[in-house]
Ligand binder design. Structure first.
Ligand code: SF4
Ligand code: SF4
Length: 336
């Protein structure tokens, strides 16, 4: 019997992932607008209304957060200027360690837009395209090269004294404002790059994530240690290939007993598309679990990380209204 298409299955992990992705995307937009209004208040010398600064915007400062993480490990001090950057970074690393690259498939706004873009490509062209295997392999190395560059720059080359200098510098204090300006005052070069990447994301699945994102590369490597793995029960598999065809990471799930690849985001698309109940699932230490449990784990990890930061007093910046009165109008001169 065919399932009733009008019936919404509220236990569907696919549905929940979609809801979480777009809710989080909307939340990021909301934070962006609120932060924009906060900055505008100081740029206009108080002529426009004051909106409190949302600390969540610090999630967009991953390189600074990497510096902050090293400083925390070596000095024991949590950076008080952008503490939420560290909290969010550690939360996302923890999510990768425990629940695969779920940050990419559930939370990352770039991932959400990329997915919307390739789904649009599917509608436009009837399918998505694949790059020649040799070029695909070569290009996938780019994100690891970028990751290596940042790891060397921050984790290897930066002495502890330099970490302290970075954390105390006006450039770090104003890094969130500079990030906002990157989007609101985009140079022609940046705009061209964004447009080209967006266009490439329509025919090719997750172009940015697959080839270029060093953050995703880091999370992918950590995710290999995750106890959660997509697991296929070969005895009941009918070899239809629906899992391999639907995988956004282009993994040949059909040929694997367990998916160990750092490219697997834990999106559960393969499991949702498998026509044989109980054949393909997210398993915890090889124990198959309903997909909705994995969705719950992802939410718990994210909520737990943020809440821990908030309750431990490492969420709000120590910068004051007076600090921002100086920092924001001088943003373009600071840190050159
Ligand atoms: S293997 Fe499954 S969970 Fe992993 S990326 Fe592919 S579709 Fe998503
Ligand atoms: S979708 Fe399910 S039944 Fe089909 S090949 Fe994949 S694991 Fe086997």
């Amino acid at each position: 019997m065919q399932p009733d298409k009008r019936h919404i299955d509220w236990r569907s992990p696919r549905l929940w992932r979609l809801i979480i992705q777009w809710l989080f995307f909307g939340w990021c937009l909301f934070l962006g607008v609120q932060f924009g209004l906060f900055v505008r208040h100081f740029e206009t010398m108080g002529q426009t209304g004051y909106y409190p600064r949302p600390p969540g915007v610090e999630g967009f400062l991953p390189i600074g957060a990497l510096v902050s993480l090293k400083a925390w490990i070596f000095t024991g001090d949590i950076d008080p200027v952008h503490p939420a950057a560290l909290i969010l970074f550690v939360t996302f690393l923890g999510m990768a360690l425990l629940a695969k690259k779920s940050f990419c498939s559930f939370l990352c706004p770039v991932g959400t837009l990329s997915e919307a873009a390739w789904k649009l490509g599917q509608k436009l062209f009837g399918r998505n395209f694949r790059i020649w295997p040799w070029l695909d392999l070569l290009l996938r190395g780019v994100k690891y090269a970028l990751l290596l560059f940042f790891v060397k720059l921050v984790l290897i080359d930066m002495p502890v004294l330099a970490l302290r200098g970075f954390m105390a510098a006006p450039y770090w204090a104003i890094a969130d404002v500079k990030m906002l300006h990157f989007f609101t005052q985009m140079s022609l070069t940046s705009l061209t790059i964004v447009v080209v990447l967006t266009l490439l994301s329509v025919p090719f699945k997750n172009f940015w994530c697959r080839f270029l994102c060093p953050y995703g590369a880091l999370l992918g490597l950590l995710s290999m240690l995750s106890p959660f793995k997509i697991t296929r029960r070969a005895s009941s598999c009918i070899g239809c290939g629906a899992c391999s065809r639907s995988c956004p990471a282009l993994l040949d799930v059909q040929q694997k007993t367990q998916v160990h690849s750092p490219e697997c985001t834990g999106c559960l698309t393969c499991a949702s598309n498998c026509p044989v109940d109980g054949t393909l699932s997210m398993a915890f230490w090889k124990r198959p679990l309903p997909g909705i449990v994995f969705v719950g784990v992802v939410l718990l990890l994210f909520g737990g990380g943020v809440l821990t930061g908030m309750l431990s007093g490492h969420w709000q910046t120590i910068l004051t209204y007076t600090d921002y009165q100086y920092l924001v109008p001088n943003a373009s001169q600071l840190g050159h």
